[in-house]
Design a protein around this ligand. Structure first.
Ligand code: TTP
Ligand code: MG
Length: 322
């Protein structure tokens, strides 16, 4: 249904479904009834009724009335790098299947990679495999610099049994200048390519900030599937704030940033700052940067108890405090 509304450009309805999907994914226990569904924040009466119908009949009748072209649309948006806008354009140009697209010049380099690994990228990764892929990268990094630090983030760090991709955060203690850690990071990526671990590169960027982001495709020795891997390299002093950001969930991260704002602070993936002055949305004085060597120190400076990564899925830290 989310894809259907995205296809027709009904952003508001698509968002309602997107939010519900996120809440259902984050819910640890199986949902066995409409009553259980409706207790979950973000699930309203209508979606609870859909859940009940699926539980009872195994199907959702409303989907039968969705245009069949939505199937094409959702196939296209499942190509990595292809959003709703591109999917609509491809559809309007007459493409209907992945086979059509494989012969086309209308995909950019990244989308062609997305198409090449379509099946693999749309298959979630068992936790044990993410562990092994992380260990492989860690070994290569430590061969370059034995003090290199690495943490598997995203859904993995939140304890999920299956992950959409591999998210890695890296730093080398005392590496603060961009030259230092860029040189290290480039060597690491080359090494990962030379060992045959990295199969394709989607992008390497610094997004105009201090942090470097590598997006690529890897396959572990002894593994069958190609997996999406993101590696973020940060200066050592940004480790803790980057770790919070990159662990997510996105929802939890947003709630932490809004909490900081209430405390006249500013939390980003780079740092935590205090005594920040704002005039409406504009920051008029960016205050003073706090030293935050660990994740715990960030929570402490914000005046809230530490939240274990496994509890960050669906948590609004502001609501939890009330
Ligand atoms: P993702 O890998 O996109 O998400 P995930 O690891 O939580 O889930 P999945 O299993 O599907 O991969 O991003 C990693 C983290 O980065 C995410 O948990 C929070 C952060 N993030 C944001 O805060 N905002 C964003 O827009 C994105 C893409 C990520
Ligand atoms: Mg992830």
């Amino acid at each position: 249904m989310m894809k259907a509304y995205e296809a027709t450009g009904d952003v508001w309805k698509a968002t309602v479904y997107k939010k519900a999907i996120g809440r259902i994914k984050a819910h640890e226990e199986p949902i066995k009834s409409k009553e259980e569904a409706i207790k979950i924040p973000g699930i309203g009466k209508n979606i609870a009724a859909h859940i009940e119908e699926i539980l009872e009949t195994g199907e959702l009748e409303k989907l039968d009335h969705v245009d069949k072209d939505v199937g094409v649309f959702s196939t296209f948006t499942n190509i990595w790098g292809c959003g709703p806008k591109t999917a609509r354009q491809l559809y309007n140009k007459g493409y209907r299947t992945l086979g059509d697209l494989s012969k086309s010049d209308d995909l950019n380099r990244q989308q062609r990679i997305g198409l090449k690994y379509y099946e693999d990228f749309n298959t979630s990764i068992p936790r044990e495999e993410v562990t092994a892929l992380g260990e492989f990268v860690e070994k290569q990094a430590k061969e370059l610099n034995s003090s290199a630090k690495l943490e598997l983030c995203g859904s993995y760090r939140r304890g999920k049994k299956y992950c959409g991709d591999v998210d890695i955060l890296m730093a080398v203690p005392h590496y603060e200048t961009k030259e230092e850690y860029t040189a290290f990071f480039k060597k690491l990526i080359s090494k990962l390519e030379d060992t045959g671990f990295v199969k394709d590169t989607l992008s390497m960027s610094d997004r105009g900030t201090t942090q470097l982001m590598y997006l690529g495709v890897c396959r572990g020795p002894n593994y069958k599937h190609h997996r999406r891997i993101d590696i973020v390299m940060v200066p050592a002093s940004e480790w803790a704030c980057a770790l919070i950001y990159f662990t997510g969930s996105e929802f939890f991260g947003r709630s932490m940033r809004s909490l900081a704002k209430k405390e006249r602070m500013l939390l980003s993936q780079h740092s935590l700052r205090k005594d920040v002055q704002r005039y409406y949305k504009k920051i008029t004085n960016s205050g003073k940067r706090l030293d935050t060597p660990t994740e715990e120190s960030v929570f402490e400076a914000l005046g809230v108890p530490f939240v274990e990564p496994s509890k960050r899925d669906d948590l609004d830290i502001n609501a939890a405090l009330q």
